[in-house]
Design a protein around this ligand. Structure first.
Ligand code: T6T
Length: 324
């Protein structure tokens, strides 16, 4: 039956009888997050479950405890061995996850990437080693990095020294946020100097201690852009630990409750909240469409909500705070 569903997924036309059969089957999709304990992916899973409930299908959530391709690969191999009807995955490295994901593709399991991409993120175009995933559902991370730069520039009055606190090179999302941030600064804010990026391996404590080290070298530092949840939590803690909340602007990517609390207290100036539930919801809907013979877009862009002192207490904002 699974084979039927897979071939149905790739058929150009599906007969009405075939469609009915496909819909009757218990469709089972696995969502492999970047890591399981991150409020971003927990919220993505909520959106995925909402879509699964609406469709009457099953989505399970299987991942590693750290954002690391060496840990994600065996989880993925075990998922492939169980043979779900489709895999939604946030690949933890844009190059290192190509071959592991090819194993899913070669086993006939449709692959859709959510949040992060492999290769250049342009799928089904016959170009590159990793163009086999069917679709990519995510925030526009270059645009998000540009937004962070604009908020930073506004807060620091268009001049000063800033740096990006980032995870590690090779992750499509955080690489693109840094790229967008630097492009915006270079194009529009010539009096802002972007210092060397500090890579923290997704460890908020390391990100906090890196702030101490940067501020020792540059006591006149004006701002830090935390390019993901752990980088931003660490940047805020570093600034608080150095008693620099008054002098240093922190712009966060991601919006778990602790960052939102730091906006309320004035430690963090703005957070660019992604819409992870939307990514999960549309990820599952896309997989379902594929499995029932519909054509799907090769990429779907999801939104952002900027949270700052002006809207942090509003009811409208509350729904964009990540689930814990
Ligand atoms: O920022 C998100 C996600 O978009 C990124 O790919 C990895 O980090 C997070 O999960 C936040 O920790």
């Amino acid at each position: 039956m699974r084979e039927f569903i897979r071939s149905a997924a790739f058929a150009v036309m599906l007969s009405t009888a075939g469609l009915a059969q496909a819909q009757e089957k218990d469709i089972s999709i696995t969502l492999v997050p970047g890591l399981t304990t991150d409020a971003f992916y927990i919220t993505m899973n909520r959106g995925a479950q909402a879509a699964a409930d609406a469709l009457g299908i099953t989505v399970d959530f299987q991942g590693a405890e750290e954002f690391d391709p060496v840990l994600q690969t065996p989880v993925l191999d075990a998922v492939i061995a169980r043979g779900p009807d489709a895999i939604l995955i946030a690949p933890t490295d844009s190059v290192q996850m190509i071959e592991p994901l090819r194993r899913a593709h070669e086993a006939g399991i449709p692959v859709i990437t959510v949040d992060t991409f492999i290769d250049d993120g342009k799928y089904q175009d016959g170009s590159g080693d990793g163009d086999f995933p069917i679709s990519y559902i995510a925030s526009d991370n270059i645009a998000g990095g540009r937004m962070a730069a604009r908020f930073m520039a506004e807060e620091i009055g268009g001049e000063g020294k800033v740096y990006v606190s980032n995870v590690r090179p090779g992750i499509s999302t955080t690489d693109q946020r840094e790229e967008g941030f630097k492009l915006e600064m270079a194009e529009n804010y010539p009096d802002i100097e972007v210092l060397e990026t500090q890579y923290n391996e997704n460890d908020a404590s390391l990100a906090a201690s890196q702030f101490q080290a940067v501020t020792a070298r540059h006591p006149d530092i004006s701002g830090v852009f935390g390019a993901n949840l752990f980088s931003a939590i660490g940047a805020g803690n570093g600034v608080a630990g150095a008693n620099k909340a008054e002098d240093v602007t922190v712009i966060a990517f991601d919006a778990p409750q602790s960052i939102v609390d730091n906006i309320s207290s004035g430690l963090v100036d703005a957070a660019i909240a992604q819409h992870p539930a939307e990514i999960g919801y549309y990820g599952v809907m896309t997989a379902y469409a594929v499995l029932t013979g519909q054509s799907v877009p090769t990429s779907i862009g999801t939104g952002f909500t900027v949270i700052n002192a002006e809207n942090v207490e509003s009811e409208e904002t509350a729904k964009f705070i990540y689930a814990e």
